[in-house]
Design a protein around this ligand. Sequence first.
Ligand code: SF4
Length: 471
Amino acid sequence: MTETPVLSVRDLKKHYPITKGILSRQGGVAKAVDGISFDIYPGETFGLVGESGCGKSTVAEAIVRLEEPTDGEIIVNPHGDSPENGTVDQKATTDAGWAAIDRLQSLIHRVPGIGRTASSADEADPRDVTQFDSQQLKAFRRDVQLLLQDSSTSFDPRMTVGAAISERLAIHGMAGRAQRRTIVEDLLERVGLSATDYDRFPHEFSGGQLQRIGLARALVLNPDLLIADEPVSALDVSVQAEILALLEDLQEEFDLSVLFISHDLSVVRQCCDRVGVMYLGQLVEQGKTEGVFTHPQHPYTEALVSSIPTPDPRDSLEEIELTGDVPSPENPPRGCRFHTRCHRIIQPEGVEIPQSEWRALRTLAIKIEQGRIDPDAVVASVVSMEPAPTAPTAVTPSQFDRQLRSEHDVPAPVSDPALEAALTDAIDALYDRDPERARSVLEALFRTPCITDDPDTVTVDDGHVSKCHLR
Ligand code: SF4
């Protein structure tokens, strides 16, 4: 794309310190967002998708600085105007552009540097939201609005919905009460409600109606960018479709760009132009929506796409079941963060065994390496399966080995002799209560790039990128 993005996120990080003990000493960091970059272009919907806890909502909060970013840049370009071209009047010519010139001029006035180019590459970019002072931030937050999952909790139950929407205009300097009312009534009609709903209270509306009111409130300041965080996931499917259709109409009418955050891939496929897939605080794939959904390049995306139900079962891909544990952002795995669950994890050089066998082997090896196998628990399992009472001390190494493999679906023997020898050695070491030896045996033989090296993000084709060694 040659257009200037409305918003450019560059290497954004949000780390949370983890404090421990009564003195609250810092004992590490949780890397909720760890170096992600993406652009949002004028009028487009960019989707952020991933499992719950992957950091996508933290990205939204960091953009509007409800959470202070730890590092990175968030570059804002009102209406996608580059600082040089100054095409500020374009949006004002649209039907909904009643406040645009005033608002943009205000933003330009308050944000030093918008409307001119930074004089030196060494200087902080004056359009960088992370550097804004409180006045600049207030102007920015007028331009970027949030729509949250559950609007019912974001309205004051003692305030009419009209007053709640109108309040935003008042806060941002629109003094005339009658004028505010006219604008809000008009907006309520635009979102499919009635002007007379102005004087009703939130409890009088259904979930879908409240989400429409939430949209009206988000749009009342005529923003450039709407950040919609799971906007339809609390709604019934039929209401979801109505709200998505409304969002699409309003996007065109208001000349809006949208950051659409969702765990629901079907919804993202339906309404997003481009999509970024997040895993454990990182963007692992990004591209045009159809390209990502029809030719997923990252194994994680591939697994997510395979789980989307289709109306015709004959069209369904075989669902890829992800095994292995979801790591914590406090302690992400080294190498590729997805390697603990990846069904395509690369095998060590010279090894060629069935991929499912390699995956099971890796999962057991990870547990051994992380000290998560309790030998006494394995012995206890063996004892509990014996028909006659058996003392734990009577459990033999081969019983121990059999039990551990069966608990992890690892065959005996493993197809590759060198791996089989290493695994047998490691299990024997565990039986001998020598976890260090077990770890070093496995580490020496189970190395692959997926485990040792963080993959680069590589371009697959036009704007389609993937962060995986498999290219
Ligand atoms: S780098 Fe390796 S572990 Fe990570 S996604 Fe690619 S194949 Fe899977």
